[in-house]
Design a protein around this ligand. Structure first.
Ligand code: CTP
Ligand code: CA
Length: 232
């Protein structure tokens, strides 16, 4: 059985996984968010733990149960996630950026609950500013000995174009591996199953995975193990 060869193959390794979706506050009661449930990231954290790694899970608003046996750091916004992952990434063997990180946040966070203007029926325009690209930052900095794994959520229906988007994204971010998955109104997020293509630093497709999020997690970790330098 394939699973036998996986027992303990991450022993002695430190793996950091981000999971879930960030929330960017507008005021004390409102936020801009996304539909990521955290299922795929949590499945990767669990699988890495099972395979012997010491796992830090940076958990952003998970809609699934927290896995056992992992060091869990709860965060909410992209800026909090950035601080937590940068701290945890120091000396890590693997960083997996499975979280859906908001690209923008409201320029101003109101201290008081925002009120409608009683004198007008006008709409509301929100000003947003860019969040830092956490994976690209890690990819730009020296990260010898730390394998960087990104995800790309794309709505592109054409498989060949989807793969090209994934390759371009991996290059742009300086990630060592990128797992591309197609998302839609429902596909991808809360679903139990996932379909993922993994590309490596040579633009080669190194895995095509489909099945439960936990079997996809095992497949991604198989690739990770194959790319890790021998442990000292
Ligand atoms: N990511 C990140 N920081 C951000 C946005 C994304 O670290 N501010 C990471 C995600 O965790 C994921 C990868 O970058 O591993 C790709 O995220 P994705 O949203 O697919 O790509 P973007 O680069 O944000 O491009 P776009 O949303 O414009 O397609
Ligand atoms: Ca994005």
């Amino acid at each position: 059985e394939a699973s036998d060869t996986r027992v303990g193959d991450l022993a002695g390794r430190r793996v950091v996984v981000t999971a879930g979706g960030t929330r960017e506050p507008l005021d004390p009661v409102r936020f801009l968010g996304n539909r990521s449930s955290g299922k795929q990231g949590v499945a990767i954290a669990e699988a890495a733990r099972e395979r012997g790694a010491s796992v830090t899970l940076i958990a952003a608003n998970l809609e699934v149960a927290r896995p056992e046996g992992c060091d869990i750091r709860a965060v909410s916004t992209a800026l909090e996630l950035r601080d937590a992952v940068r701290e945890a990434a120091v000396g890590a063997d693997v960083v997996v950026m499975a979280a859906a990180v908001a690209d923008y946040r409201p320029a101003v966070v109101s201290e008081a609950k925002l009120k409608k203007d009683p004198g007008s029926d006008d709409g509301l325009t929100l000003e947003l500013v860019r969040n830092p690209d956490i994976l690209a930052e890690l990819g730009r900095e020296p990260h010898d000995g730390t394998l960087l794994v990104g995800f790309a959520a794309e709505t592109e229906p054409d498989a060949e174009r989807l793969l090209e988007l994934g390759r371009a994204k991996r290059r742009a971010k300086g990630a060592d591996l990128l797992a591309v998955n197609r998302v839609g109104w429902t596909a991808g997020f809360a679903a139990d199953d996932n379909v993922v293509t993994v590309v490596d630093g040579d633009d080669t497709v190194v895995a095509e995975l489909h099945g439960t999020k936990s079997s996809v997690a095992q497949g991604i970790l198989d690739v990770v193990v194959s790319k890790l330098a021998p442990s000292s």
